[in-house]
Design a protein around this ligand. Sequence first.
Ligand code: HEM
Length: 139
Amino acid sequence: MEREIYVPQGGPPQGPPPSKEIFIKLGENKIRELVKLFYDEIETSSIRSMFPESLEESIPKSADFMVQILGGPPYYVQKYGPPRMRMRHIPFIIDEKARRAWLGCYKKALEKSNIPEPENKMIWDFLVDFSSWMVNTKE
Ligand code: HEM
């Protein structure tokens, strides 16, 4: 049977992108550390099997995206082209449950990071919003 792609009702996130101040305030290393903490959580999560066996390439790639979206240099677009994140996630079956597990990994990573407020919450709010647009399968 052909897979049915679910399109979230709200469409792409409508809000403004995260403030570029986040990058200025935190710097590149803290953002890369956060992504590493996130993938540490992925290792023991319920969605581990969706990811490649080795996360060695996933970590710097995702970090390039996070640095870019939080206001840093456009590493991701330079190396991999236009983000088109929803399209890039279509190969993976992402329902609300998978989204919650994914967000749970970021929640723990943000807690373990020493990213201060208000940046910590700003990143969280962005991820909650943006991740809803990655959902492509009905639960
Ligand atoms: C909603 C839950 C999500 C799930 C279950 C999920 C899962 C995945 C998986 C399985 C991959 C491929 C493996 C890899 O390259 O590491 C991937 C790639 C990626 N994800 Fe997600 N993801 C989600 C949401 C997001 C969000 C909200 C962002 C951005 C803030 C994001 C950013 C990325 C990036 C940058 C890549 C690499 C894309 C590429 O260039 O191939 N993901 N994701």
